[in-house]
Design a protein around this ligand. Structure first.
Ligand code: KG4
Ligand code: ZN
Length: 370
């Protein structure tokens, strides 16, 4: 059964076709990074205008790359929220129009559930590539899922339940950020150090040249909610540190930014701050996840969202949890950041269970998973 996924919750217009919810036939993404780069973050108005330009070509590309005819699509899964309202509406309305013209059902997907599904989708893709036998999902659940991106930092405990004779996941939100998302902190710190946008990939790369123990940035602990996160304090601490100790270095960076290779020749103190900041953010994610492991019976850990690309995070989680006998799973880089394959994967079981949305479907910017 073929499902088309459409994602437009933030600044990526994406469409993908999956067979049986786990074989990726196409996964097309029109990124707007180049547009938002000069503003140092996503400008919602610009994002929705570019979704409008990109949605038709990107869906056409996904269909043609999959080598299928639109009439073969059994249903369309679209992101309903959370996200930017203007962006979400472009994907939702196009998905509705497609379903109406093809006479196919529409399925509404929570963007965060999409990120969570990117993990089993990645595992299924890897198994297909190596022709390995499929993982028995019951061996991975109950699971703890950390969704960590530019818009979200949430920790879920997931249990499989049976409802009306079919298996589905029950999500319990056990921890969330009280202020900035982790990816947002990466982006804001990169902006204040004049390193460009998005901040995560550049900080990840440059941190390798610094000493992660050079500066001790605070790791927030929420007294009455030990699994909640807070990243605005780390961000402010970097700002204060930069104002107090890095004034000359930052002036030099501003002057050298025209030089394409300026990032490779930063003062050592900047690399050290970057590495120390990254360590503090990842340590906070690790500590809370470890506390959750102590409190919730879990057979695996699944980490998804753009920040799941981070190399320090991957090695910290692997090394920290596998020592405890807990397997840790990450999606590939392309499935970690926003994409439509994950939306199609999360929508597929709903399509099978006939959990359809109707033509009154509206964007929900604060859509909750639990
Ligand atoms: O999942 P995503 O594409 O969009 C949201 O749903 O927000 O995540 C984008 C975020 C950005 O904040 C970006 O800086 C961060 O993911 N990111 C990273 C890395 N790659 C992307 N953060 C840390 N390390 C990375 N390698
Ligand atoms: Zn996302």
């Amino acid at each position: 059964m073929l499902i088309l996924g459409i994602e437009s919750s933030c600044d990526e217009t994406a469409a993908a076709v999956l067979r049986d919810g786990k074989t990726i036939l196409s996964n097309c993404i029109a990124s707007q990074i180049a547009i938002h780069k000069k503003y140092g973050g996503v400008v919602p108005e610009l994002a929705s205008r570019h979704h409008l330009e990109n949605i038709v070509p990107i869906v056409n590309a996904a269909v043609s790359e999959a080598g299928i005819h639109p009439a073969e699509i059994a249903g369309v899964a679209v992101t309903q929220g959370p996200g930017l309202v203007g962006s979400l509406l472009v994907g939702i309305n196009y998905a509705k129009a497609l379903c109406f013209s093809l006479q196919r059902p529409l399925v509404a997907v929570n963007h965060i559930e999409g990120h969570i599904y990117s993990v089993p989708l990645h595992i299924a893709c890897e198994e297909e590539k190596s022709r390995a036998s499929s993982t028995d999902w019951n061996t991975l659940f109950p699971a703890l899922a950390l969704v960590v991106s530019g818009g979200h930092t949430s920790l879920f405990w997931i249990r499989p339940i049976t409802s009306n004779g079919s298996r589905k996941e029950q999500y319990q939100l056990v921890g969330r950020t009280r202020d900035d998302a982790a990816g947002e902190a990466f982006d804001k710190v990169a902006k204040l150090l004049h390193l460009g946008y998005p901040g995560g990939p550049v900080i990840d790369r440059l941190a390798k040249m610094g000493n992660p123990l050079a500066v001790e940035f605070p790791i927030a602990k929420i007294r009455d909610a030990r699994l909640d996160f807070s990243f605005s304090g780390i961000k402010t601490a970097v700002l204060r540190y930069a104002q107090a100790h890095l004034k000359n270095e930052l002036t030099t960076i501003c002057l050298q930014r025209q030089d394409k290779s300026f990032l490779e020749h930063l003062p050592q103190s900047i690399y050290d701050v970057i590495a120390s900041f990254q360590r503090a953010v990842i340590e906070s994610l690790f500590i809370n996840t470890r506390t959750a492991v102590e409190n919730y019976r879990s057979r695996s850990i699944m980490v998804s969202g753009g920040v799941a690309c981070n190399s320090w995070l991957r090695s910290r989680f692997k090394q920290g949890f596998e020592k405890m006998g807990l397997p840790v799973y990450f999606p590939s880089a392309i499935l970690s950041t926003d994409n439509a394959a994950m939306i199609a994967a999360a929508g597929y079981p709903k399509l099978v269970r006939r959990e359809f949305a109707d033509m009154s479907l509206n964007a929900d910017v604060n859509l909750k998973l639990t």
